[in-house]
Design a protein around this ligand. Sequence first.
Ligand code: IMP
Length: 427
Amino acid sequence: MSSIIVVGAQWGDEGKGRIIDALAKKADAVVRFQGGSNAGHTVVVNGEKFVFHLIPSGVLRRGKKCIIGNGVVVDPRELLSEIESLNLRGIKVDSLYLSSNAHVIMPYHRKIEEIEEEQRGKNRIGTTRKGVGPAYVDKAARRGIRAVDLLDKEILNSKLRMSLQFWKNSFELGFSVEDILEEYLEYGRRLEKFIVDTSLIIHELVKEDRTILFEGAQGSLLDVDHGTYPFVTSSNATAGGACTGTGVGPTQIDQVLGVAKAYITRVGEGPFPTEIHNEVGELIQKRGQEYGATTGRARRCGWFDGVGLRYAVRVNGLDGLILTKLDILGGLSRIKICTAYRYRGKVIQDFPLEASHWQECEPVYEEMEGWDDDAFEAKRIEDFPRPIQKYLNRIEEIGGVPILFLSVSAERDNLLALRQDSATLLA
Ligand code: IMP
């Protein structure tokens, strides 16, 4: 019925996993299109927590096609262990499709990333060290290894030689082709049944008028082109990535939704104008359990950044917003919302041009009245206290985009549709 892209509107960790899981109820397929196991998508069902790194978050809904598109970089060890651990929990992964064109993360990619991060010292990016960046480097340099290459010993052997030799010219890696070849051929044998031309499958679904969810990983402000470069990931986490990362044309997309937290967080290094450096930040971190689902690192916490939201709306063409974790701000007497930045005495509405200017950007805040901890006992938005309604309205005004859903807990069914037409996406 429709093709919907769901992307993170901030620096990742907005709660995309639980949103995809909720929307997947009515969908036929969920497709990952970029990133790799740097992602950590959390879904809670009946108090049981699942974290997905590579497998699309639709896997908990029976019969949904779960597709890993060509734009994803896949660590076969991680993928197989994710499949196994789901099996152990009684979830059969029988509708998984892995693009033959998806690039493969090799063990030396992880090692290279570690060495590079160490070498950068205080200028490090703070990556997840999953080898994602170096794998995309190999892809762009046209010496990458794709999923289909794991199925042919001769091809894998020659491609491995080319890639590994290149990196060995710059790094002390301690790997040999022989070390890797048999192990990765074995992964290929185990993954063979999943490896297909996923663009064909998606094309068929589109032709049959099915509902497809394109599940973004990371967030718009981490996009390699549109994010806070160089403190970004190595793929296009914005909506355009859904087309290039799956082989679906832009004319086939019906809707683009952004997920944002009611505040904002960032893991790793990089500019963060609205970061809170006091006990309020610590409180949000603790209440929101803001610790990375992939690396366990504490997330930096800040006030809602309206400049970032406007930017995400623009670069993604967002039709609507899904706001998560509003409950975490409950109990704070005053809440701040950033509407612009001040750069060298001038108020600016958009991101600065240059990476070096970020350090000098200060947030311009509006202060709003807070709400009580138990404000969400009401089940209808009309019954929420006034300060919440005002906060939501202000976010809509600043972003110029409607909030379609509100999530006030991690549990699957706790997603409130704020508009009549959005309700149809769920039921
Ligand atoms: P990489 O993606 O591992 O190369 O890391 C690059 C930057 O993106 C670092 O700041 C990471 O912390 C951040 N990052 C990568 N994946 C995620 C994610 O899923 N959520 C939040 N931040 C992420």
